[in-house]
Design a protein around this ligand. Structure first.
Ligand SMILES: NC(=O)c1ccc[n+]([C@@H]2O[C@H](COP(=O)([O-])OP(=O)(O)OC[C@H]3O[C@@H](n4cnc5c(N)ncnc54)[C@H](O)[C@@H]3O)[C@@H](O)[C@H]2O)c1
Length: 258
């Protein structure tokens, strides 16, 4: 019950790390509103989490790339919850490609969802948190934003932008009591499965040497509920009250050991 009565929005809540975060927060006693473009899955995740309790979760459809959609959904969530203490923001997309042939469409899509979506959701959360001088925003970066990424150049650039934004927002909003950090995960989710499925055998071998090989804790991606959930609870809670502006790998060592 570390998050008893906390009021929390989780984006990308329909699957992967967003769904695991909803489960972790409800299990810690929080009141959660999940948001996603995938309505049916999102409603199911919220219903299942509420059934297990002791907190509760509901769901709202929202497109994080669209300003009106974000502002409308955040206002409705804050009204239903009676405020906002925490934004967990895993929602994002990934597309493949290579540096020489990445298209304008893919580039713009990645920047709209991953970068603009982070700015819009963070601004909406800050607007609701600042008057109370308290809040925690948890963005999602990536090791892809720290290194060369041969098969996902636009995604990599978008995650580098999320890192920069996280530092800037943390610097700007510390005086308002609003903390902003980013998780850099290596966690087995549908996004990971889809990235692997796009690769041929040679690509999978290259993927192992670039990604799994350097995960010191077992050479495989982690579990969303067991390896990520408790960290999300910590970053939402007062236990992390003096941590802001940080890029925090939850990756079995991948980022440091590579
Ligand atoms: N899986 C990994 O190992 C890994 C590694 C590095 C970074 N990340 C980052 O972690 C975060 C979570 O990744 P995941 O693996 O759980 O992804 P996922 O694809 O499994 O889940 C992402 C969710 O975001 C939702 N979403 C996509 N576009 C949206 C939009 N416009 N508006 C609202 N919701 C939208 C999707 O419907 C989906 O439910 C992402 O930011 C991702 O880039 C993941």
């Amino acid at each position: 019950m570390e998050l008893k009565d906390y009021k929390i929005i989780v984006t990308g809540s329909a699957r992967g790390m967003g769904a695991a975060t909803v489960r972790a927060y409800v299990a810690a006693g929080a009141q959660v509103v999940g948001m996603d473009v995938a309505r049916e899955l999102g409603e199911q995740v919220a219903a299942d989490a509420t059934e297990n309790g002791p907190g509760t979760a509901t769901f709202l459809t929202a497109d994080i790339a669209d300003a009106d959609s974000v502002n409308h959904a955040f206002d409705a969530a804050a009204q239903a919850l009676g405020g906002l203490d925490v934004l967990a923001h895993p929602a994002a997309i990934q597309r493949s490609g290579d540096a020489a042939s990445v298209t304008v469409d893919d580039w713009d899509l990645m920047m709209a969802v991953n970068v603009r979506g982070t700015m819009l959701t963070n601004q909406a959360a800050h607007r609701l948190m600042a008057p109370k001088k308290r809040g925690s925003i948890i963005n999602f970066g990536s090791v892809s934003g720290l290194r060369s990424e041969p098969v996902a150049p636009a995604y990599s650039a978008s995650k580098g932008a999320v890192h920069s934004w996280t530092r800037t927002a943390a610097g700007a909003w510390g005086a308002d009591g609003v903390r902003v950090n980013a998780i850099l995960p290596a966690i087995a989710t549908p996004m990971y499965d889809e990235a692997i499925a796009r690769l041929d055998e040679e690509g999978r071998t290259a993927h192992f040497w670039q990604n799994e090989q350097s995960i010191a804790l077992g050479q495989k991606y982690g579990d969303p509920d067991h390896d990520l959930g408790p960290v999300m609870v910590f970053l939402a809670s007062e236990a992390s009250r003096f941590i802001t502006g940080q890029l925090i790998p939850v990756d079995g060592g991948q980022t440091s050991v590579r």
